[in-house]
Design a binder for this molecule. Structure first.
Ligand SMILES: Cc1ncc(COP(=O)(O)O)c(C=O)c1O
Length: 328
């Protein structure tokens, strides 16, 4: 019996997924939307706040502050409420209304940034606002998912362990993880390499993200990619990077729903599209175990990823941009 549903973090289901056109790929996905607030971020939010309180790095009078446009903000809101902590979340204009409403429902103070940064995104201005709050607030703690080792440690100790013990024959040949703040891949890659030194870790990024030196441009799929290089990634063990675009992500999300009854968010579609693309380039002759992470549910994206008009809009804008760049 649980005292509180928020204690039920982790031990999410692992399911097998097939790509019709590929032989020898045994793909296993961790369904992270089975966490209490619906995403992988429950793991980091609960782990970090719990650790900080236990080690007396913060107290119940500390104000927690973080920049997040989505899942992490929702998860931190829930666990801040659970632990009786004040939380200020800096979001931006692109934050899904459902995420903003959820944060407020949990009692979080939400500050929305509407001025884009030089990359056309909002991240840099969100971080600037966090720094301003930190300078002007007494007894404040900035979670800083892009640089806080606790973020990676949360995944190292939880989902990293689960993956290594649940995968058939306890053998991980490949690990594919979508990257944004970098915490997930940093934590899991270290655990997987500790147990399977020969495993190949492949980071999945999206067109328009600059994490792995891509060219910056407007991105439409939330939860993956970034307009800044996360410092936490210097601890990650990454062997290769595969970059996918919006079309590939959208079509993978639709396939996962139609063929596997998995209603997942964009970063999960990107990961499957990334696996498909990677093994087009490097086909394998023998069966390999591939583990990947489906970070959140598609139910939040019914009016975007799963909406034909939205997908058409993305296609049109992408075509127009490609045309303009060929004319330059
Ligand atoms: C849906 C989703 N997928 C993947 C990620 C990437 O995880 P990380 O930030 O740990 O790199 C995030 C991060 O916000 C996310 O919200």
């Amino acid at each position: 019996m649980l005292k509180n549903i928020l204690h039920k973090v982790g031990n999410t289901p692992m399911v097998s997924v097939e790509i019709d056109t590929k032989e020898n790929l045994k793909i296993f996905a961790k369904l992270e939307y089975y966490n209490p607030t619906g995403s992988i971020k429950d793991r980091a939010a609960s782990y970090i706040l719990n650790h900080l309180l236990q080690k007396k790095i913060i107290s119940h009078s500390t104000t927690i502050v973080e920049s997040s446009s989505g899942n992490f903000g929702v998860a931190l809101s829930a666990y801040a409420k659970l632990y009786g902590l004040k939380f200020i979340c800096i979001i931006d204009k692109t934050t899904l209304p459902i995420n903003e409403e959820l944060m407020k429902l949990y009692g979080t103070e939400v500050i929305c940034i509407d001025k884009p940064d030089p990359y056309g995104g909002y991240l840099l201005n969100r971080i600037a606002k966090v720094k301003e709050i930190v300078e002007n607030t007494e007894d404040v703690y900035w979670v800083n998912q892009y640089g806080n080792k606790l973020n990676a440690l949360a995944y190292f100790n939880t989902i990293g362990e689960e993956i290594c013990s649940e995968v058939p024959d306890k053998k991980v040949d490949y690990l594919f993880v979508g990257v944004s703040s970098g915490g997930t891949i940093t934590g899991i890659s270290n655990k997987v390499k500790q147990r399977n030194p020969d495993a190949q870790v492949i980071a999945v990024d999206v067109e328009g993200s600059i994490i792995f030196d891509g060219k910056p441009r407007k991105r439409f799929i939330p939860g993956i990619g970034s307009s800044m290089k996360p410092s936490i990634l210097s601890y990650a063990k990454i062997d290769d990077v595969v970059t996918v675009d919006e079309e590939e992500t959208i079509s993978a999300c639709k396939d996962l729903f139609q063929k596997h009854n998995l209603l997942v968010g964009g970063s999960s579609g990107s990961v499957i599209a990334g696996i498909d693309k990677y093994f087009d380039k490097y086909p394998v002759k023998e069966e390999v175990n591939i583990v990947c992470v489906f970070a959140d549910t598609g139910s939040k994206y019914l009016s975007t990823l799963f909406n034909n008009e939205w997908c058409m809009m993305v296609r049109e804008k992408t075509k127009k941009r490609e045309l303009l760049s060929t004319l330059k």
